[in-house]
Design a binder for this molecule. Structure first.
Ligand SMILES: O=C(O)CCC(=O)C(=O)O
Ligand SMILES: [Fe+2]
Length: 305
């Protein structure tokens, strides 16, 4: 585990995270052998996340990264003078969210969804039954610049079971400079947040009040705030993060507040986030099927406001 004193200044959305032992900490990793369902469940209820270091097959992760980078190189987005696997974008390249690069990426699909693969087996052990994954994969190639604002995933995918989990997988070593996932300690236990912000659905709109449409859920992008210090002061807890290596995975619940650190390196920060639940539970139909509608107009839902 990285010692606290080695954490450099960290930024999210251009804000320098408040420093200090009560403000920032390192995610706790757990052993991934000989740990049964009850302890995994106990851990996620307590912490809201499971950090499994060195869990996935490194060659598979690197094959998925290579596939992404080969596509970006073919599109002329990468600096051709740097080695492909470095993932250095051209200065004019602005990338953030590239889900299309997950679709035709067999190594990534295998890594995340192979029924006998490590990740799917981990989920069936953790959830105690047959697992269904969302068919949509959130693939992020984050250019140097601002990271993902603080949010909870439930507002994007809450139409099925709330017992749904995200797996965040760095597709390449991700140091503090490149900026990976950060999680707000204990925020999944905040009942007030769950009863307010946590009830939103970013794709819902008011059928009876078109005039206030933009002020309700559909007019927002689901972010909790652009200011991570404000979020921390209001909800309590520390921002927890880590440097990540190829093979690591962080699994977390729908109600935990999280975001991404800014990318202050010269390389792309590449990662995927994918979702898993028990097959027997209802699934959010925006994200399953051959061509998931996602946040397009087909995924919008009217309601009386
Ligand atoms: O990778 C990021 O920047 C954000 C990740 C995230 O929001 C997620 O995994 O749900
Ligand atoms: Fe998220």
């Amino acid at each position: 585990m990285t010692a606290l004193c080695t954490i450099p200044a960290l930024y999210s959305r251009g804000h320098k995270l408040d420093e200090g032992d009560h403000e920032i900490g390192i995610l706790n990793s757990i052993p991934h052998t000989g740990i049964g369902r009850d302890s995994l469940q106990g851990r996620i209820s307590e912490d809201g996340y499971l950090f499994l270091r060195d869990y996935l097959d490194k060659d598979e992760v690197l094959a998925a990264r290579r596939h992404v980078l080969e596509q970006l190189a073919a599109e002329g987005k990468l600096d051709p003078s740097a080695p492909l696997m470095e993932g250095v974008p051209k200065s004019e390249t602005e990338l953030y969210f590239q889900p299309e690069l997950a679709q035709n990426n067999p190594p990534l699909q295998h890594l995340l969804y192979a029924p006998q693969g490590r990740l799917m087996r981990c989920f069936s052990n953790f959830l105690g039954g047959e697992v269904r994954h969302f068919d949509f994969t959130w693939l992020r190639c984050i250019s140097p610049g601002l990271g993902t604002p603080s949010h909870c995933d439930i507002v994007y995918m809450g139409r099925g079971t709330r017992k749904l989990y995200t797996a965040w997988v760095p597709l390449g070593d991700t140091d503090f400079q490149a900026g990976g996932l950060m999680i707000l300690e204990g925020s999944h236990k905040n009942v007030r947040l769950q009863n307010t912000y946590g009830q939103r659905d970013v794709d819902s709109y008011c059928t009876n009040r078109p005039d206030i449409q933009t002020k309700t859920d559909s007019g927002r992008n689901g972010w909790l705030s652009e200011d991570p210090n404000k979020v921390r002061k209001s909800l309590g807890g520390r921002w927890l993060t880590s440097e990540y290596n190829v093979g690591d995975v962080v699994i977390f619940c729908m109600d935990i507040v999280h975001g991404g650190l800014d990318n202050r390196s010269h390389r792309l920060r590449i990662s995927s986030d994918s979702r898993y639940q028990l097959a027997s539970e209802p699934a959010d139909d925006r994200w399953v099927g051959e061509n998931p509608p996602g946040h397009t107009s087909a995924g919008k839902r009217g309601r009386i406001c």
